[in-house]
Design a protein. Structure first.
Ligand code: DAT
Ligand code: MG
Length: 210
């Protein structure tokens, strides 16, 4: 093995970690095995795993509830769909203000994520954060491409969800960027819950086999 393989920058790429969580709808629909299978087949490694009934505090710490930009973004994602369908958000939701809609979605998320068990995982491997996020697909199920987890296993719409006063049910959560992954991992796992072991992929898929 080349000495350069031990370089911290190369090791950081090899061991990039992301946080993945089966949401209550995904768990109740029996999709945990399917999602874990896709992650494993891609050559990524689950290094920590547990099923929990999340507390309100955990959900409020997990999502950036105080980040106004994130809250507005939640509202915006839904408003775009109202516009596309030429529906007046004000008529159906009593407001077309992205912050107000976003706040109500955020509160819906707190209830949704406590509505059943979640399965928490740390997933490790080359480019794990982006790789899993691509596998998961777009936030809005109807925009998620076939072949992605959300595209293959969900159809929910923000219009229906917002009118019903609930969050979109889209099977699975995955971190978007490194800071978010580190934050989420710290919410759901203690360091001693992470197990270091070797999977076949490390030798066969991204090890030198000749
Ligand atoms: P993602 O889960 O793709 O990272 P996010 O962080 O923006 O998306 O939002 C968190 C969750 O909130 C998302 O998975 C589903 C729900 N959600 C987002 N926008 C919504 C909306 N307009 N109406 C209802 N639920 C929404
Ligand atoms: Mg997100």
């Amino acid at each position: 093995m080349s000495d350069k393989m031990n370089h911290p920058a190369i090791q950081a790429i090899r061991h990039e970690q992301t946080y993945v969580m089966m949401k209550p709808d995904g768990v109740k629909r029996g999709l945990t095995g399917e999602v874990m299978s896709r992650i494993s087949k891609a050559g990524l490694k689950v290094v920590a795993l547990k099923m929990v009934k999340a507390t309100e505090d955990q959900i409020r710490a997990h999502y950036p509830m105080q980040d106004q930009e994130w809250v507005d973004g939640l509202g915006e994602k839904g408003l775009g769909t109202f516009e596309k369908l030429q529906l007046d958000a004000k008529e159906f939701l009593g407001t077309d203000n992205k912050s107000e809609i976003g706040r109500s979605v955020a509160e819906g998320l707190v209830d949704y994520m406590q509505s059943g068990p979640v399965v928490c995982m740390i997933v490790e491997g080359i480019g794990a954060i982006e790789a899993v996020r691509k596998m998961v697909g777009h936030t809005l199920p109807f925009k998620a491409e076939p072949g992605t987890i959300r595209g293959d296993f969900s159809v929910d719409s923000p219009v229906v969800a917002n009118v019903e006063g609930r969050a979109i049910q889209n099977v699975v959560h995955a971190s978007v960027v490194a800071d978010e992954a580190a934050h989420e991992i710290s919410i759901w796992f203690n360091e001693d819950e992470v197990i270091n072991y070797k999977i076949a992929g490390e030798d066969i898929m991204y090890g030198k086999i000749y």
